[in-house]
Design a protein around this ligand. Structure first.
Ligand SMILES: Cc1ncc(COP(=O)(O)O)c(C=O)c1O
Length: 465
């Protein structure tokens, strides 16, 4: 096999390059750095051979290639020593045919990529395995790194703390006080991270971590997604989706966006497949934002002119971000993918998550934002009912139990709980139990069963509620 190489390059000057093991986050002009690959070397292997290699490795135990990320190591971080890989077999998450949800909204070919079914319960594992592995290599080479640090809305800190703990590297996480779920808070605590809870929002935490990591004397390495090592792992999500469809490209991928690194990463992986000939067309991308934290949506509605905002509280707390770090590269991605941006109110995101749960998913609020956006785009005819649609589910619903409890108790802010299903409290009396069950079953029997897809002229055309 040829020798594969990758390096950091300045966005505005591709000749300004740095090794991936150098402690550097910004170009000389202050812009973000991107990871570039030697595409000529990668092209020496045919598209068919790449597909076969990726298939051979898919979910196998041969270290480290059974990981969804490291199975594509040549495309991700080729020069990393295998001995330095810190992996929990991330990636390879199921792509779930959401048949009943799709039927409800009138789209037969509707899928959910379950990125939350991962070691720390979110897609952040995809990027963190790469970053922490490179840090392990850097420390081995004698770089003066004492700890790895991040600001987080919850999931990044959980992933950093877990991968750092697995590697024996100290971690420091800055969290906005009272703005992350209990599960997200307890994860870094349990992994032994230094957890600093700041009385500010995510954007405020981000300012602090940028400043503290900028001073080389502190020996703290920055793990947020402005560090493009994270993007290299996260970009495998789009590649996996296509692979899971036997290398067919879906029509739409809908993804929730906060700091917008993941939107950029999704596009980056798909573009790499396109450039290396594994696919011959690109899907359209829809980025979904909470209406309370919607700077990208506002830019989209304003000829892509962006202004940072102060994000308001939202149940989708992990995307409560007003000044996204990856705004420019996310806009370029959406322009390249003929993309759109949609927003979801608190009511819309909570109802969409509840509807998905009733069809067997267990959607976190951010996935609720993406599902609500998909519903709106279908209703407006932007997404056609015959399209193949994939929603990226970014975290596990179990990390957001309070959101679920408050919804079903009818206590969620700004939300009328249309699909609430509270427990029925009864005395331990068999007649009382029988009466309630009879009522329930009678009500269920009156609900008409949905028609089979095959009986519909246009898939899903008459299936709208
Ligand atoms: C569950 C969840 N969904 C979506 C996002 C948004 O990803 P990004 O910040 O890369 O846009 C995040 C992270 O911020 C997250 O934790």
């Amino acid at each position: 096999m040829p020798t594969y190489r990758a390096w950091f390059a300045a966005q505005d000057d591709p000749d300004e390059r740095y090794p991936l093991t150098e402690v550097v986050y910004y170009s000389r002009s202050g812009g973000l750095l991107e990871v570039q690959h030697d595409l000529e070397a990668l092209r020496q292997v045919s598209a068919e051979e790449w597909k076969q290699l990726f298939e051979r490795r898919w979910m196998r135990t041969s270290w480290p290639y059974g990981s969804g990320v490291w199975g594509k190591k040549e495309w991700v971080c080729p020069e990393l020593d295998d001995a330095n890989v810190v992996s929990m077999f991330e990636g390879g998450t199921n792509l779930f045919w959401a048949e009943r949800f799709g039927r409800e909204i009138g789209v037969e070919d509707f899928w959910i990529k379950m990125c939350g079914n991962s070691h720390t319960g979110s897609f952040k594992d995809l990027g963190m395995t790469v970053l922490v592995s490179v840090v392990k290599q850097m420390i081995g080479e004698g770089k003066p790194i004492r700890a790895v640090a991040c600001a987080s809305t919850g999931d990044t800190s959980a992933a950093l703390a877990a991968y750092g703990a697995a590697a024996g590297i100290p971690t420091i996480v800055f969290l906005p006080r009272g703005k992350v779920s209990v599960a997200q808070l307890v994860q870094p605590i349990a992994h032994g991270a230094t957890v600093i809870s700041l009385d500010t929002d995510f954007d405020g935490c981000m300012r602090i971590v940028r400043e503290i990591t900028a001073d080389p004397n502190n020996g703290l390495y920055l793990a947020n997604s402005l560090n493009s090592l994270r993007i290299e792992g996260q970009k495998t999500v789009g590649i996996e989706i296509v692979q899971q469809f036997d290398w067919e490209v879906p029509d739409w991928i809908v993804i929730p966006g906060g700091n917008l690194g993941n939107t950029f990463a999704l596009g980056k992986g798909l573009l790499m497949m396109y450039e290396l000939g594994l696919i011959s067309r690109l899907p359209r991308i829809a980025c979904a934002q909470a209406a309370h934290a919607n700077p990208l949506y506002r830019a989209y509605r304003n000829d892509w002119r962006y202004e940072p905002i102060t994000a308001e509280p939202t149940a989708a707390s992990a995307i409560q971000i007003g000044a996204p770090v990856s705004i420019n590269r996310a806009i370029s991605t959406l322009q390249r993918f003929n993309g759109v941006v949609e927003q979801a109110s608190e009511q819309e995101l909570a109802d969409a998550a509840a509807r998905a749960d009733r069809t067997g998913a267990y959607a976190c609020p951010h996935t609720g934002v993406a599902l609500a956006a998909a519903i709106k785009l279908v209703e407006r005819g932007v997404i056609s009912r015959s399209d193949r649609v994939v929603v990226v589910s970014t975290a596990h619903g179990l990390k957001f139990s309070r959101f679920k409890v408050e919804y079903h108790e009818g206590h969620l802010r700004e939300v009328v709980s249309t699909y609430a299903n509270p427990p029925i409290e009864l005395p331990p009396d068999i007649d009382a139990v029988r009466r309630v069950l009879d009522e329930r079953m009678a009500a269920a029997a009156k609900t008409p069963a949905p028609p089979p897809w095959s009986s519909l002229a246009t898939p899903g055309a008459s299936a709208l509620p």
